[in-house]
Design a protein around this ligand. Structure first.
Ligand code: SF4
Length: 483
């Protein structure tokens, strides 16, 4: 629709057809894949050219003179995807006035046309945000897709702006076919193309199991500390509730919030309590029974550090991953292979180092991706430990440092750096820097975690990150020889 408008409005403006000589016609229905905003033949340039007489002062402009700013294009795109009556008339009038009256018209925010368009743009931005925030997908069987499934969501929207919102889902869930249904239009992603079709006025039946899944997800992610009821109502207007399975548990969660808040405040300060020893075997045994944070419930093994008790270098990673959790040992699996490759390049023996993690249990969440070797049968997706979990686990790391008394600590990844520096750290801020004023060790170095190297967007970046890790470990080795 918007593209049609652009083409036709530009042709009209070129021919200097004034706004009051044009009647814009809305389409009767949205057609498959092409959302024409004009009924067939109702408005073409041929017809427009006959719309004489022209305004006395009008003149036909050369093509290059009907050009508009990106700001107007953004505004026009939002207005075009609104449900506002007379939107095409408003847009053409703005285009006309920008072309023939004042090129800087959009700066006059008190102008009635500009103000009306900006108000609509604001509404559309909010609507797009709502779609991003509240769309809930249900998995259904679909034999036409390679995986035999499709993710379907329905949402009651107030404006036909799904085309502005749907590309976000394509970027996020691009590896899965999905369909988003709204009363105005539907978006379909088939892993190659995003297409649009006519709207669906009512919600399709939704499976109860999916509702339950969302409720439990919402319950686990609901944070009573951030409870602001008026904001919730503003963010989640009642008209969206039809699409939200969790809506019927919100009341209960609000009632439970004060009690949960008290519990959370207590948990924020919970710290593991290691025994008074520097014997690593005893510490490991004690940590196996640790329940200081909730991660012990979901982790298969507590993964303590391992390596030489006399090592001068201590390498600290983030937390165990899927393989480490199953094997009960740090730096295994694909990330462990990257680490071993770097050590091998440097001629360093892993057994001669002490290798551990800042957090000792694996934090993960379910995905639907099958993985027969996983205890759940599904791939477990790594989740970053929270500040409270890192805080709870820190005493185990302190004890390990106390037992090893390393000359050099190498933090691999931001979580490890945060544990040692006591503040949120960006790897780029510490890359290549030797820090000598921390209480934990005379020398502290920071580099990338091997799993971040595996996730690098391209081979060049991965190579550079691995090179940095190699340099940092080589420097750690040199420094350890001086002590
Ligand atoms: S992650 Fe650390 S603090 Fe939490 S239960 Fe495991 S060992 Fe204890």
């Amino acid at each position: 629709g918007f593209l049609d408008f652009r083409t036709k409005a530009r042709a009209l403006a070129l021919k200097a057809i004034p706004p009051d000589e044009i009647i814009w016609v809305e389409p009767k229905a949205v057609t498959e894949t092409t959302l024409s905003m004009f009924s067939s033949g109702a408005f073409d340039t041929g017809g427009a050219s006959k719309a004489t007489p022209l305004n006395k002062n009008s003149k036909v402009l050369p093509v290059s003179q009907v050009s508009v700013s990106p700001e107007f294009l953004r505004l026009a795109e939002a207005v075009a995807h609104s449900n506002a009556a007379g939107k095409w008339t408003l847009l053409y009038r703005l285009l006309w006035r920008l072309t023939y009256e004042n090129k800087r018209l959009l700066e006059v925010i008190t102008d009635d046309d500009v103000k009306a368009a900006l108000d609509i743009q604001k509404k559309i931005k909010r609507e797009v945000h709502k779609i991003h925030a509240f769309v809930r997908f249900e998995r259904v069987e679909d034999t036409s897709t390679p995986s035999g499934e499709r993710y379907v969501a329905w949402m009651k929207t107030d404006h036909p702006c799904l085309q502005l919102a749907a590309p976000f889902f394509m970027r996020r869930f691009g590896d899965r076919p999905f369909t988003i249904l709204t009363p105005f239009e539907c978006a379909h992603w088939d892993l190659e193309k995003l297409t649009y079709s006519e709207g669906s006025p009512v919600a399709p039946d939704r499976g109860e199991s999916v509702d339950e899944l969302w409720k439990s997800y919402y319950k686990s992610s609901f944070n009573p500390a951030r409870l602001n009821i008026s904001m919730m109502k503003k963010e989640m207007p009642v008209r969206y509730w039809d699409a939200l399975p969790e809506a019927d548990i919100i009341r209960d969660l609000i009632l439970e919030a004060p009690e949960r808040l008290k519990k959370m405040a207590k948990n924020q300060n919970v710290r593991a309590e290691p025994p008074e020893t520097t014997d690593l075997a005893e510490l490991k045994k004690a940590a196996t029974g640790c329940t200081a944070c909730p991660l012990y419930k979901t982790g298969t093994h507590m993964v303590f550090g391992e390596g030489s008790k006399t090592s001068r270098i201590m390498v600290i990673g983030e937390q165990p991953g899927d393989t480490e959790d199953l094997e009960g040992k740090p730096f295994r699996g694909p990330a462990g292979k990257v680490f071993d490759r770097v050590l091998n390049d440097l001629g360093l023996d892993r057994e001669a180092l002490y290798v551990t993690n800042a957090v000792k249990h694996f934090k993960w969440k379910h995905t639907d991706i099958p993985n027969p070797s996983s205890p759940t049968g599904k791939t477990r997706l790594h989740q970053r430990a929270s500040g409270a979990e890192m805080h709870a686990c820190k005493p185990w790391l302190e004890k390990e440092i106390d037992a090893i008394k390393p000359d050099v600590i190498v933090c691999l990844g931001a979580t490890a750096a945060q544990a040692i520096f006591g503040k949120v750290c960006k790897i780029s801020d510490y890359k290549g820097k030797l820090v000598t004023d921390l209480p934990w060790a005379p020398n502290v170095l920071v580099s990338y975690h091997p799993s971040a190297i595996l996730r690098a967007p391209d081979k060049n970046e991965a190579r550079e990150m691995e090179e940095n890790m190699r340099n940092v470990l080589a420097l750690a080795h040199e420094l350890s020889k001086k002590h």
